[in-house]
Design a protein around this ligand. Sequence first.
Ligand code: FES
Length: 288
Amino acid sequence: MSSGVVVALAVVAVAVLGGLFLVTTSRRSDRNAAIGLLARETMQRDRSARKSAVTTDVAFVATPLTGKEVERAARGTDVAVIDRAPALPRPPMDVEQLGVTRRQFLNRSTIAMFGVGLGGFGTALLAFLWPPPGGGFGGKVKVGKLSDILAAIDTKKEPVYVAEARAYIVSYPKDSLNKAKKNYAGPVLTGMESGVVALYQKCVHLGCKVPWCGTSQWFECPCHGSQYNRVGEKKGGPAPRGLDRFAASVDADGVLTVDSGQRTEGPPIGVNTTGQEAEGPHCVGGKE
Ligand code: FES
């Protein structure tokens, strides 16, 4: 797994943990708000009101005093004593019965939007970093039978362009292999030994797509005039090296595969393994 994927997974994990923290914190504060921890004064008022209500109720249900008893009480002798009923315990409030408050709704909406946005960002990041499983640029692209590809290149006198890999397939001459072994290695050299080079279409100067020039039989960049020979070695212009290239391999059935996820930087200025010079007028930067 590449470092980019590891970083992406770490970002997503931190984001998910952050989201969980926000959700749990919000739910706790919602619950506290719902059961009224902030309503201490209100609860005190309720207690007072309940006491007076009980007193009133008891006074109401107690046996009314007779006229003589009222007179005796007024004289200060024999005051009537009324027993108070014990305070009724208040049943605990059911959070579910309280429903969703406006604050809860806003908190949950904010968290939901945050989670959806974060999830979308994480998914897009993973999709960007993850190599496509079934071909396409960034993955392995099956081009076709090597013999057919070499025949097409030879007949048309031009490279085979593979849009899916954003690459040109050019032939590599067998008699240049000794020089190639001194300047190339790995899967690029393996492809050369099979007779092909897979060149990335992007100019190594500032990234323009480099077209093939049929007259000079070179690649010539229209943006600032960089020139590369048939196998992508730098010949002129401001490019700092030859064209980058992809790993190319041929399986037992003779099918050529280009791995556009495995790119190698082009050779340094001065490398010219084939010795190919321009074979006609240039398309860019004057005539031969
Ligand atoms: S981008 Fe090709 S020469 Fe500048």
